[in-house]
Write a protein that binds this ligand. Structure first.
Ligand code: HEC
Ligand code: HEC
Length: 209
C-alpha cells in the first residue's frame, strides 16, 4: 500500500503550537477549536467535513472513538503507513486534555452529507450492513456501528464517511496492519466487491435526525 504523498511544513507548525499547548494545564474548548480550524482543517476540512477522500470526516464522529484514535496515533499504536506519515507527527504533541477537547469539538459538529452511488452496490451494501453474510461468518455491522452507521461510543460512526477511506480501513484491519481485535476476525473473509458495496452504502448515509 502506497503512503499518501507530501507533508512536512504542517508538522513543523503543529510541533510548535503543540509544545505551547502541552505546557498549558487545561486547554479550553476554544483552544481545541482553534487548533482544529488552523491545522486539522487543512486535511480534514472545515469543522471536520473533508472534501478529499483520503482524509476522513471527523464531524459527528463519537468522542470516545476520536480520543482513542488520537491516543493510538500519539502512542504509535495505529501504525499503518498513512497513520505514520500523516498523524503520528501531528498527534505527538497533544496532551490528554487537548485530545479530550478535540474529541468533544468534532463530536458536536454536523455530520457531512451523504453521497449517492450505484444503486446495485448500495442495495448489496445495505444487505451486508444490516444482515451480514452468514455463509461467510460475517456478522451484521449494525449491531456495533448502529442501525444507520451512526456509531456508539468506541464503535465508530461510519455513516457519510468517504468510501475509499472505508475500503482502505477494512483492508488494513483485515490484514492486521491496523490493530482492531474486535473487528479483525469478523471480516477476515470479506472480499473487495463486498467491501466496496458496504463502503458505498455507508458513504451514502447523511446526518440522521
Ligand atoms: C496533513 C493532513 C492531515 C492533517 C493536517 C491532520 N490529519 Fe488527521 N488524518 C489524516 C489522514 C491521512 C488520516 C487517515 C490515516 C489512516 O489512513 O490511517 C487521518 C486520520 C485521523 C483520525 C482517525 C479518523 C478515523 O475515522 O479513524 C483522527 C481522529 C484525526 N485524523 C484527527 C486529526 C486532528 C485532531 C488533527 C489536527 C490536530 C489532524 N487529524 C490533522 C491526515 C491529516
Ligand atoms: C463486534 C462489533 C463490530 C462489528 C460487528 C463490526 N465492527 Fe467495525 N469496528 C468495530 C470497532 C470496535 C472498531 C474500532 C477499531 C479501533 O478502535 O481501531 C471498528 C472499526 C471499523 C472501521 C474503521 C472506521 C474508521 O473510521 O477508521 C470500519 C470501516 C468498520 N469498522 C467497518 C465494519 C463493517 C463493514 C462491518 C460489518 C461487515 C463491521 N465493521 C462490523 C467493531 C465492530
Amino acid at each position: 500500500m502506497r503512503a499518501l504523498p507530501y507533508v512536512a511544513t504542517t508538522f513543523a507548525t503543529v510541533a510548535l503550537c503543540g509544545a505551547a499547548l502541552a505546557a498549558d494545564a487545561g486547554p479550553t474548548a476554544q483552544q481545541a477549536e482553534k487548533l482544529a480550524s488552523t491545522t486539522c482543517a487543512a486535511c480534514h476540512g472545515a469543522a471536520g467535513r473533508s472534501s478529499l477522500s483520503p482524509f476522513p470526516n471527523l464531524a459527528a464522529q463519537t468522542a470516545p472513538y476520536l480520543q482513542a484514535q488520537l491516543k493510538a496515533f500519539r502512542d504509535q499504536k495505529r501504525a499503518d503507513p498513512d497513520a505514520q506519515a500523516y498523524m503520528w507527527g501531528l498527534a505527538s504533541p497533544l496532551n490528554d486534555a487537548m485530545i479530550a477537547a478535540l474529541g468533544s469539538y468534532y463530536a458536536s459538529q454536523h455530520a457531512a452529507a451523504g453521497k449517492s452511488g450505484n444503486p446495485k452496490l448500495l442495495a448489496k451494501g445495505k444487505e451486508i450492513f444490516d444482515k451480514g453474510m452468514p455463509a461467510e461468518g460475517i456478522p451484521p455491522c449494525n449491531v456495533c456501528h448502529g442501525a444507520n452507521g451512526e456509531g456508539n461510543a468506541m464503535f465508530p460512526r461510519l455513516a457519510g464517511q468517504h468510501a475509499p477511506y472505508l475500503v482502505k480501513q477494512i483492508l488494513l484491519i483485515q490484514n492486521a496492519l491496523r490493530v482492531a481485535p474486535v473487528m479483525h476476525g469478523l471480516i477476515k473473509d470479506m472480499n473487495r466487491d463486498e467491501m466496496l458495496a458496504v463502503a458505498t452504502y455507508l458513504a451514502s448515509l447523511g446526518p440522521q435526525p
